[in-house]
Design a protein around this ligand. Structure first.
Ligand SMILES: [Zn+2]
Length: 226
């Protein structure tokens, strides 16, 4: 069925409501109660037109950002919020090198490229994160116990009950202002270990425009991968 120029696959089933799904391949399908006529279905979908367009736009954006990266010449990799291309070279290098806005990797290291990229991001984040923590810990009046850059599951940072703060090495892919936000967010958890209004007020006092960074992460977070 075509509604507002969108081809929607109709699946009738024994259900009470109409649900619209954007499938993995970006096609749109609607599950509808079997008793509805085509006319009724069309009216309902037409009324949900805005939602369908919004979901499609989100799907497109997520999928543009979800890049499957290969370790080949010309592939781009995120670093501090920008994409830079990889160049494989014959000479022997010490891991991944970043020079003149280009990543360099020795051809002979291609088989362990992912591991070397992770090391690159870990090293960079280790050198960037401490000055940022120094800057905000006094403003917030907190003292993290131990700070570590590591691999975390499904989150950018975490803190433990005894005040250890961990950052995912992927944070090195984010722009510096987003990195600042991630630090402020996590350090604020040392005051409020939750996401209550009081917690967000703490973040807001330091970074009044933090919603911009939150949005950046929402849109680009999925692309912060290797
Ligand atoms: Zn949090």
């Amino acid at each position: 069925m075509i509604v507002s120029e969108i081809d929607i696959v109709i699946q009738k089933s024994n259900r009470k409501t109409v649900s619209i799904f954007i499938e993995r391949d970006g096609s749109v399908s609607a599950r509808v109660p079997e008793k509805l006529s085509d006319e009724e279905i069309r009216d309902i979908l037409k009324a949900k037109e805005y939602q369908i367009f919004k979901n499609l736009a989100e799907w497109t954006q997520l999928n543009e950002n979800a890049v499957e990266r290969e370790y080949v010449n010309g592939q781009s990799f995120l670093y501090l919020g920008r994409n830079y291309r990889l160049k494989l070279v014959d000479e022997k290098l010490d891991g991944v090198q970043f020079k003149r806005n280009t990543f360099f990797l020795s051809k002979e290291d291609k088989h362990k490229a992912k591991e070397l990229f992770i090391k690159f991001y870990k090293d960079k984040l280790n050198s960037k994160i401490y000055p940022i923590i120094e800057r905000y810990k006094n403003q917030l009046g907190v003292e993290p116990n131990q700070v570590k850059v590591m691999e975390l599951q499904n989150r950018w940072a975490s803190c433990t009950p005894n005040g250890n703060v961990n950052f995912h090495w992927k944070c090195a892919m984010a722009p510096i202002d987003v990195l600042h936000y991630i630090v402020v967010h996590e350090l604020s958890h040392l005051i409020h270990n939750n996401h209550t209004k009081a917690f967000w007020n703490e973040v807001d006092k330091i970074l009044p425009k933090y919603d911009e960074q939150v949005n950046w992460l929402k849109i680009n977070g999925v692309g912060m991968s290797l």
